[in-house]
Design a protein around this ligand. Sequence first.
Ligand SMILES: [Zn+2]
Length: 257
Amino acid sequence: MKVTKHKKARKYMSFYMNNFGFREPLLVLIDGTFCHAAYKARLQIEEQLKRYFQCELKLIVTACIITETENIGGPLVAVCQLLKKFLVHKCGHEKHPIPGSACIRALTKTCNYIVATQDRDLQDKIRSQAGIPLFYLHNNLVPTLVQPSEASVKAAASKTQAKVQVREVDEKTLSNLKKKQGLLVDTDQKPKRRKKMKNPNPLSCKKSKKQKSQNRNPPFSDGVKDKVIEKKKRKRVKLPKHVIEHLKSNKTSELIS
Ligand SMILES: [Zn+2]
């Protein structure tokens, strides 16, 4: 189970890295609700997250998140002390703190953060916004990176489409520039040469063969063929001299008579 979880985490994070520019060390923005759940489950947050993501990461809180938890007080005093151990990011609301969820949403617009929260409302808002990984403790216990939301998937698809279009435009402008500078002349000429080489050669070869064969053929036309055969016959029949003389004498006698 653990292996498949790590695989999923890696797969989801590579999606965010490829499409939304997330880089190591990953920045995880933790709110009071997440810290409270981790405290109750006695989770070592930093260790658990490093083991889960299998890479370098930084746990970050803001002044707004700390003051919100402080204001609740009571059972959350220990949680507040835990929060203060993490890196406190300057959010710009130090003089006039705002609710933790609003602060987190404002920060996610400026930088790439993984948001770790158990707050359902904040989770829904994060999921409706593209390109923000959501992390929570499933059943307040199991560290879980949520699958990229529809908004994120759609945004990634439109980004890749835009990239393809930009590439096409870049290639066209590049080829135009090359043509202007005379760099593309060679590439244009090559196919022409090929055409020239291709067209005449097979045809001329065929024609020459035909012509030769046509020239050679006439000796084998009907009339001449017979002559050749006759010649062969004449050569084969070798009559002795006395027979020939006999035949000649017969012919002359016939003529005389
Ligand atoms: Zn703030």
